[in-house]
Design a protein around this ligand. Structure first.
Ligand SMILES: O=C[C@H](O)[C@H](O)[C@H](O)COP(=O)(O)O
Length: 145
């Protein structure tokens, strides 16, 4: 898959996230502190990754900041993006399955490398539900303005 990744700093898993995705065979686009971009603040970096997803340059995104909150808030402002801040594998699986999340938001502070591995395993293994009620909820969210 093509994954667009952003972080506002290289602290914590910021130094590892792009390589962890490459190791899994993904093609990685980078933004913010992971790149030569001049704008490496969490708002602009996360927006750039989210726009890659919304505009088809990437299949999915991973946006990171120290808490994960700013990155997720910024990504969710981009139409067509469903960013989910995930702190564990179960949440990541649920975000894909029940929310059809297309952007994974992570806290650089909270996410250890082993936890990142578990979260990515769960995220990429999960399929979107075929439950009609969940699909209707996903569709409803898409229409919220
Ligand atoms: O939501 C915001 C993020 O957690 C930032 O990573 C955090 O604010 C730290 O950014 P700075 O070092 O620029 O204050």
């Amino acid at each position: 898959m093509k994954i667009s990744v952003s972080a506002d700093m290289l602290d914590g898993i910021g130094a590892d996230i792009a390589e962890e995705l490459r190791k899994r065979g993904h093609e990685v686009l980078v933004h913010g502190a992971l790149s030569d971009d001049e704008s490496n603040d969490w708002a602009r970096a996360s927006e750039a990754a989210a726009r890659d997803v919304a505009e088809g340059r990437a299949d999915q995104g991973v946006v990171c900041c120290w808490t994960g909150t700013g990155a997720s808030i910024a990504a969710n402002k981009v139409a067509g993006v469903r960013a989910a801040l995930c702190t564990d594998a179960y949440t990541a699986q649920g975000a894909r399955r029940w929310n059809d999340a297309n952007v994974l938001a992570l806290s650089l502070r909270m996410t250890s490398l082993p936890l990142l591995d578990e979260i990515l395993d769960a995220w990429f293994a999960a399929d979107v539900t075929d439950d009609e009620d969940d699909l209707a909820s996903i569709d409803h969210v898409a229409k919220i303005r």
